[in-house]
Ligand binder design. Sequence first.
Ligand code: PXP
Length: 239
Amino acid sequence: MAKLGGNIDHVATIGQARDGNEPDPVAAAAIAELAGADGITIHLREDRRHIQDRDLKILRQVVKTKLNLEMAATDEMVEIALAVKPDMCTLVPEKRQELTTEGGLDVRMHAQSIEKAIARLHDGGILTSLFIDPDSDQIKAANKIGADYVEIHTGSFADAVDWKTEEQELIKIENAIKLSTKLGLGVNAGHGLTYTNIKKVAALGGVEEYNIGHSIISKAVLVGLDRAVRDMVELIKYA
Ligand code: PXP
């Protein structure tokens, strides 16, 4: 059965809008695990825009399922990963100006540096995954340089503006799952998946874990708002 990796970056995003004290991503991870998430994913960005080094260190102690660290394939990040030892590192491209991770890694173009990062992480006993577009050349390149998993970027499928484009993007994802599996790579998928579009991707089968963040945190804000307002009204009225 496919698994859910809960990405809690956006809990930290809300915190960073103020002083970073609340909501605590560590508390969010515990709730996500209690609700059945099979793993927790966080992205420690070079600019520390949301998740902080402190979050990573505490989450390593608290997460009981699987901790997946998304990061750029830089020396700084590899050093941090080797010190903290998440269960898996998912290497992603990173540009400071982007809103979120836009596009998959170009494994062919950056094969040398990514291969070096994979080898160092393997020496530290950490599984590796490469976040790539559903593209056969990228999948073959990921396999060649020793990645354990690929995470197939579902963003173009999620952003499709008409049913025909959506169908074409879904076929690309299906072919990517098949090729990755044939080569012996583990297959994860994520980016832009929602309560609506997950059904079509999940129906393809062959994916071990879906990494989903924004849609879950968005829903949490809305389904939790009623209770949160009632609690505050109660405090004010009956103080
Ligand atoms: N997978 C990767 C590699 C990502 O960078 C992200 C976004 O942080 C996700 C999955 C989750 O995407 P979303 O927040 O759109 O569910």
